[in-house]
Design a protein around this ligand. Sequence first.
Ligand code: ARG
Length: 569
Amino acid sequence: MDFKQSIAGCVEDALNRAFGQAPLTGEEIAQALEVPPDTGLGDYAFPCFKLAKGLRKAPPLIAQQLKAAMDSPFLSRVEAVKGYLNFYIDRALYAREVVETALAQGAAYGGGSEGAGKTVCIDYSSINIAKRFHIGHLSTTMIGHALSQLYRFRGYRVVSINHLGDWGTQFGKMICAYKKWGDRAAVEKGGVDEMVKLYVRFDQESQDDPALADEGRAWFKRIEEGDPEALEIFNWFKSVTLKDAEKVYDILGVKFDSYAGESFYNDKMEPVIQELRDKGLLTQSEGAQVVDLSPYDMPPCLILKKDGATLYATRDLAAAFYRKKTYDFAKCLYVVAYQQSLHFKQLFKVIQLMGYDWYKDMEHVAFGMVSYEGETLSTRKGHVVYLEDLLAEAVKKARAIIDEKSPDLENKDEVARQVGVGAVIFFDLYNNRIKDIDFWWERALNFDGETAPYVQYTHARCCSVLRKAQQGGVQADYQALSDPEAQEVVRLIEQFPGIVTTALERSEPSMITRFSVDLAQAYNKFYYERRILDDDPAVQAARLNLTRATRQLIHTALGLIGIQAPERM
Ligand code: ARG
């Protein structure tokens, strides 16, 4: 079912019939088709201006002659207006095509297989060891998760990578602090919080005792040299951090295929550095080794420090080569805050300068900052909002609302979890990713706003309508879906596959979030204006099919962005 394509085919036939030739191919005609700004002018319009020269006729005349030659079973009307040919799709037929296609394809509707045989690496969440997950990490985690789902939906193999921040001198300091004041049981129990306390204490005490810093450095050296004790503690810090993070990932329903982080590339940088050297790309700058990027108006990319230490960029460079070699990716995405834009521009540029074409397949998926009820997150001022706490609070608040609105609901805890967590994710994925977000409870949990609870509620409403309906094997009369309210729902359902495509092209999950709201709003309007459980069984059957398709599509759309849709609320 592709109305645009079918209309293009009919126009091509009409051209042949009217003029004995078709100066444009069906494909070109499809591309030229426009959607008129006003539905009164039809569903699609074909501008005839480009044909004027070849056919040696004025566009209005071409339109007239084409109109006379048009023959299409699914157009209710064709009008020639000035140089345009306007097409009106038969409403009932349109509704039947769209709704039945969506229902026949079920959960696969909107998906595809263009990604078959192709791999996409998505680097997201990428947390830092010994640091807690705060709400600033929500965007990378959920945008990355949504993109993973969208790519899988289109048949790609996705490798989700948590590029752990697990390298740096701070880990030497932490081990030193742990050896001096730490307690294994306390860290096991307190998790990351306990580690952060150790780090803070180290920072404070080393101000009075400079020797401490040397000890910290010595421990870091031991990690670098593979000293067993240092490694044992370091790896244990990692596993404690990951255990904490996994609690949050479980709540969010997020999983990773790889946790290969910065330290994983310790032994993989040397060949890349050698290659940079061989290709004459490394230059000395104040003792450091850099790739000069001044011709591209960028500061140099630091590869080796004066003391020979590697940097964040060196590791990312090695990681890019490792990913290309291991996964042969068709695309490699980095879902990282916009503050790191320059870093990724430099990274991609260096790979290009090394002569690899696949730098074009790499993309920095940048996003804005998150603040909380008007306050920015700042560790120093102590305004940190931890994601785990925020999610727990969301579930609690959702539970209170459910207790009030639906006291008799059976699985209240489960629904409160789906609604609370969904509200947070939805809020995060509602706007264009580059926009900064200010999280407000009142807005996230508003059941009447553009929120997860609103969309979830609409899904539950569809489920309830379908439960109540007596469903016989009656043929649906799609004439019943010719009214503007039903047509709007149909139109949105038809657009969904295209929206998935655009969301992927732009790496913009918010398009799916917005779609879910548009569909819910359109359905609710239809629900209030039309009686679904109508006396005429054929009318009822058509409205129920529309309800069924809506339920399915809300479920699909929310699922793609990582939100569950309860059947009852
Ligand atoms: N751990 C880094 C941070 O928190 C993000 C890493 C992103 N991924 C990457 N390959 N550089 O800022």
